[in-house]
Design a protein around this ligand. Structure first.
Ligand code: AMP
Length: 271
């Protein structure tokens, strides 16, 4: 795979990279579509990155279905799948981590210590391996987007970071490989995330600009759902991830499943 991408580069073809952890769904395929539109060649990486999972998180149970992923990507017209092993990515003795200060600290950074070091490190290694002109990320993981943009700028990667909107189910739930963990009751309750974001966006559109009030709207809607355990519900700046700002960000647990979602309140909530 990497030989092919080197050849494409020599031939002057543009390369789009879509980093994923597999278990692909329509959200991933949205990124792939964008990449296929904007580049001569598209590489999708599939790598469940152990160093971005904390102890007790779901690394061992993370859904994996390489056969189905390969079929979906072939149908989508992808030119290459880069699927390194853990041993190839982190050979014995590997001891360098990339730490993006600032934006990787609050919210997800606080809830998942070390998570963004793992993300920044693996994304930098993927950029070095594939040398893409453009790399595609989902707005669903908004703080990840901010961390990756900062890392790419700070380390002078000549890659354009492209961001695709969040793909949602009919009831508004953002697609996620982790939705598969939800029981039927939790699945119903999980619609409360998008419902809370929609309520806050409507309030914002009607002139509600007070961060405390917007936070309260988010929390009240989530707390009305008995199965939801709110980890955070904040309204932050989309570059720094600290208040004030207009990006509503949520992390909520349903049983053992942790879901995140976000929406820029200055925009109409879709659907
Ligand atoms: P993952 O496989 O979960 O690491 O996700 C790979 C990429 O797909 C990341 O850039 C995610 O932000 C993006 N992604 C995941 N879910 C969605 C979604 N529902 N809509 C759009 N992009 C998504």
């Amino acid at each position: 795979m990497l030989e092919a991408s080197r050849r494409w580069r020599r031939e002057g073809l543009s390369i789009g990279l879509v980093p994923t952890m597999g278990a692909l769904h329509a959200g991933h395929l949205r990124l792939v579509e964008g990449a296929c539109r904007e580049n001569d060649r598209v590489v999708v990486s599939i790598f469940v990155n152990p160093i971005q999972f904390g102890p007790g998180e779901d690394f061992d149970h993370y859904p994996r279905d390489p056969q189905r992923d390969a079929e979906l990507l072939a149908k989508a017209g992808v030119d290459g799948i880069y699927e390194p092993t853990v041993a190839a990515m982190y050979p014995p003795g590997s001891s360098t981590l990339i730490h993006v200060a600032g934006v990787s600290q609050p919210l997800e950074g606080q809830a998942r210590p070390g998570h963004f070091d793992g993300v920044a490190t693996v994304v930098a290694k993927l950029f070095t391996a594939v040398e893409p002109d453009r790399a595609y990320f989902g707005q669903k993981d908004a703080q990840q987007v901010a961390v990756v943009k900062r890392m790419a700028r700070d380390l002078d990667f000549p890659v354009e970071i492209r961001v695709s909107p969040t793909v949602r189910e009919l009831d508004g739930l953002a697609l996620s490989s982790r939705n598969a963990y939800l029981t039927p009751d939790e699945r119903k309750a999980a619609a409360s995330l998008s419902s809370a974001l929609r309520l806050a966006a409507e309030a914002y559109a009607h002139g509600e600009g007070k961060p405390d009030r917007l936070r309260q709207i988010l929390k009240e809607r989530l707390e009305a759902e008995p199965l939801a355990q709110v980890e955070y519900a904040e309204v932050v700046n989309p570059e720094t991830f600290i208040a004030p700002g207009s990006l509503a960000v949520l992390a909520v647990r349903f049983g053992r499943t942790r879901l995140i979602d976000n929406h820029d309140l200055a925009k109409v909530f879709p659907g």
